[in-house]
Design a protein around this ligand. Structure first.
Ligand code: MN
Length: 488
């Protein structure tokens, strides 16, 4: 079980009684929060911090504890912040600064100096905030009574983002083949990805999959076909093509397990030894939480795995999507997102159909794939790009909509959505920001979740939402370029 340390700051000037009181309160708060958050991470009480040595000790411990995904800090009393300098310099885990109190109401009738000295986070949290700002410590400040639902929700969101960052730290990503020839935006600095996020991204020859696929037995394929027929509607007579995909999926699953892989890419330009591009196989695997990026797009694959981890336990769908084409009817513009084959069935509005059609690219046999219409509702599209001297996340809020008419001749799964704040602004902002044609789309996560991830990992983030103004947005990009240049 992953955990969050609940660290309460104080000092040794107050005397035994006050400190004992602080400890009792802090334990009660830890217990309460643990009760509400333990499905995501355990909240663990840490002894009250009174000195610089104690502060450093607990921050070093949190940083070294591989089960610790982050810390919650709260100053019950005043806690002179010079005592936090070494501690904060040593802290390597995401921090949530909880600006709260043990008491919700002010006890007007009974309040005296003792009460005020014990319950002075309005005072102590400002002192602590100063030193965090002075040291440039990235943290999430959450304000409010710790039992209020909105506060618990914010802590939960932090915990989920911290869990995803922690997951990425030891994540392995396989590139089956390399980046699609000549494509720029899907490429990237894999060493930098590992330095920044921990993502260990390695190339494998497609022959590694072919070798496993060749040893897949007919009964293993039968088992996979049974899974398909339970989950999907078989809408083809070309069962051999479907069995071919079943064989690939069994092989991919074995490879994923053997290599401890959480995300993978492939590319239609490197399929030597495979008769079809993995379509159905990749789609069914994606729905099991494995990140996927086509055409060697390792950033999207890895980001997909991390964001699926972040969304665990939430309603909604998360997966890879590609911007494809538009309906440009003035004032009612819609985007159609799809891919050659690989759209995750988590986005299906109804039971997906297994169909077999020609691919028209790559010169291979007709691949089996899942075809369906997509879900509707509020969501986000997130793209990670490599700016050369830093990564940038582009996050756009979108509204997924039902497709206005059937598309009987389109043989791939698809989603449709509206851009914010309006089509022209949303599309122009995305293009100015350099956002890719590949993204991770989620109806489970919000821009707030991405903001937390960006903060915890020190990643540049631009958000396109209902308030985006193109002029300010371009100025923001200009400023980010300038700042990144100064840091070089
Ligand atoms: Mn693509």
């Amino acid at each position: 079980m992953k955990k969050l340390y609940f660290i309460t700051g104080s000092q040794d000037l107050y005397g035994e009684e006050t400190l004992a009181h602080a400890e009792k309160d802090s334990k009660a708060m830890t217990e309460f929060l643990n009760g509400r958050l333990k499905d995501v991470a355990a909240v663990e009480f840490a002894p009250i911090v009174k000195t610089a040595a104690e502060a450093e000790k607990i921050c070093v411990k949190a940083s070294a504890d591989e089960d610790c995904i982050g810390v919650i800090m709260w100053m019950h009393t005043f806690s002179p912040a010079k005592m936090w300098i070494r501690a904060l310099q040593a802290l390597k885990k995401p921090m949530l600064h909880l600006h709260t109190q043990f008491n919700e109401k002010l006890p007007y009738d009974s309040i005296d100096m003792d009460f005020m000295n014990l319950n002075q986070s309005a005072h102590g949290d400002r002192e602590f905030g100063f030193i965090c700002t002075r040291l440039g410590v990235k943290r999430e400040v959450v304000v409010g009574y710790y039992q209020h639902e909105d506060v618990i929700k914010q802590i939960r969101r932090f915990a989920q983002a911290a869990l995803a960052v922690d997951f990425g730290r030891t994540m392995r990503v396989a590139m089956l083949g390399n980046n699609m020839r000549d494509v720029a935006v899907t490429d990237g600095d894999r060493v930098e990805s590992e330095i920044k996020y921990g993502w260990n991204v390695n190339y494998y020859g497609i022959g590694d999959i072919v070798e496993i696929a060749n040893s897949v037995t007919e009964s293993e394929i039968d088992g996979k076909m049974k899974e398909y027929s339970e989950k999907y509607e078989m809408k083809t007579d070309n069962i051999a093509a479907v069995r071919e995909q079943a064989k690939y999926e069994v092989a991919l699953e074995k490879f994923i397990e053997r290599e401890n892989i959480s995300a993978f890419t492939d590319t239609f330009q490197d399929l030597h030894g495979l008769n079809q591009l993995p379509g159905l196989a990749a789609q069914n695997i994606m729905a099991k939480g494995i990140g996927f990026g086509p055409e060697g797009d390792y950033k999207t694959a890895a980001l997909g795995a991390v964001l699926q981890k972040m969304a665990e336990g939430r309603e909604g769908a998360t997966g890879f999507m590609e911007d494809y084409t538009y309906d440009l009817t003035a004032g009612d513009e819609l985007e159609l997102a799809a891919h050659m084959l690989e759209v995750s069935p988590v986005f299906a509005a109804s039971k997906p159909e297994i169909q077999v059609h020609p691919l028209d690219i790559g010169g291979k046999s007709d691949p089996a794939r899942l075809v369906f219409d997509g879900v509707s509702g509020e969501g986000i599209a997130v793209s990670m790009i490599d700016m050369g001297n830093r990564f940038r996340l582009v996050c756009a809020e979108i509204t997924l909509v039902n497709q206005p008419k059937p598309m009987p001749k389109l043989p791939v799964a698809r989603l449709m959505w509206k851009l914010k704040p309006d089509f022209k602004t949303g599309a122009a902002a995305w293009i100015y920001a350099g956002g890719a044609h590949h993204a991770v789309v989620s109806t489970a996560l919000t821009a707030e979740d991405i903001r937390l991830f960006a903060k915890m990992t020190g990643t540049e983030l631009v958000v396109i939402d209902g308030k985006t103004d193109l002029n300010s947005f371009e100025q923001q990009l200009e400023m980010l370029d300038t700042l990144a240049g100064l840091k070089k």
